[in-house]
Design a binder for this molecule. Structure first.
Ligand code: IPE
Ligand code: IPE
Ligand code: MG
Ligand code: MG
Ligand code: MG
Length: 319
């Protein structure tokens, strides 16, 4: 199977459409981001985990797209919190529709996720999915609050950072994998292995995202480059730099960070200061990806291939 199977991607979009098939300002605002060309990694992961044990994906679609709906809700609200004006190459929802409608457009997607879960036929599975999803939504809220609190704190340890990114990003990568396992009726041992796999690709997903924010191609990532510097985010790169840079470079970095008026020149200067720390972030990303694949070894080599490929994609992604 190719990395992203077109037939599966079409089924994901068709299922998403079912829940937003209305034309008015609020629905348009929700659809503005949802159908702007996201990678659909989360529903795809749910489907791939499900396919380890089953064949027909119809049963897993409602829960798979519930995660994508929740993901898009978090993105709309995240762009408000991070003051970002571009996502998926388009103006963000609050830029296009204004703040109140953007908040509601996120809320609508969140509500629609629960409508999707109510369409899972097996009520025992639906109950399990609900438990997994509600926990991951709480984690995202806590992680996002930590992410913002860290902006205003001088030093953050790597341990605190990984706890924060596990919650803000990892939780919504682990939950679809776990949901796929539940819907596919994996054993407890298989479920545990899949969650360990997902935890590591989830962490790598964010460390790579931190890297792309600095050295990504803006047309490819579809988001503003240098946004984390302007917002003063304590990314893995910045934390490593603050621990390792000589005093003068560290002071200069802190001067540039957390200022919305920062120029392109200053962003370039910061990237230059952060060079070695970007290499460090690359090493961490690769380490997590390699570790993640070890946990898949209990599955049949042919069946686990697509999950291995997704892990490699996450480690190497440029968008
Ligand atoms: C972006 O997620 C938010 C993070 C967790 C870093 P994605 O990179 O999966 O965004 P889309 O859905 O493909 O746009
Ligand atoms: C992603 O963190 C976490 C959530 C959206 C919940 P970022 O703020 O780094 O994501 P991007 O870079 O805006 O996509
Ligand atoms: Mg953010
Ligand atoms: Mg953001
Ligand atoms: Mg980011």
């Amino acid at each position: 199977m190719e990395l992203f199977n077109n037939d599966i991607l079409l089924k994901i979009d068709r299922e998403l459409n079912k829940y937003l098939d209305k034309e008015n300002k609020l629905y348009d605002a929700s659809k503005h981001l949802l159908f702007a060309g996201g990678k659909r990694i989360r529903p795809y992961l749910a489907i791939l985990a499900y396919l380890l044990k089953k064949e027909d994906i119809e049963e897993v679609l409602p829960s798979a797209i519930a995660v994508e709906l929740i993901h898009n809700y978090t993105l709309i609200h995240d762009d408000i919190m991070d003051n970002d004006d571009k996502r998926r190459g388009k103006p963000t929802v609050h830029v296009n529709y204004g703040m109140p409608i953007a908040i509601l457009a996120g809320d609508l997607l969140y509500a629609k996720a629960f409508e999707a879960i109510s369409n899972i036929e097996d009520s025992k599975k639906a109950h399990e999915v609900l438990k997994i999803l509600s926990k991951s939504c709480v984690d995202v809220c806590i992680g996002q609050a930590m992410d913002m609190e860290f902006e205003n704190r001088g030093s953050i340890t790597l341990e605190e950072y990984f706890d924060m990114i596990y919650k803000k990003t990892g939780a919504l990568i682990v939950s679809p994998v776990e949901i796929g396992a539940v819907m596919g009726e994996c054993t407890e041992e298989e479920k545990r292995a899949l969650c360990e796999y997902a935890k590591r690709i989830g962490l790598a997903f964010q460390t790579q995202d931190d890297i792309l924010d600095l050295i990504g191609n803006k047309d490819k990532i579809g988001k503003p480059v240098g946004s984390d510097i302007r917002e003063g985010k304590k990314t893995v790169i910045v934390i490593h730099a603050l621990e390792n840079l000589p005093k003068d470079k560290k002071e200069r970095l802190l001067e540039i960070m957390g200022n919305n008026e920062t120029t392109e020149e200053e962003i370039k200067e910061a990237i230059d200061i952060l060079k070695d720390s970007i290499d460090y972030a690359r090493e961490i990303t690769i380490k997590y990806i390699e570790e993640s694949k070890e946990y898949l070894k209990i599955f049949d080599p042919e069946k686990r291939k697509s999950l291995e490929k997704i892990a490699d994609f996450i480690g190497e992604r440029i968008y």
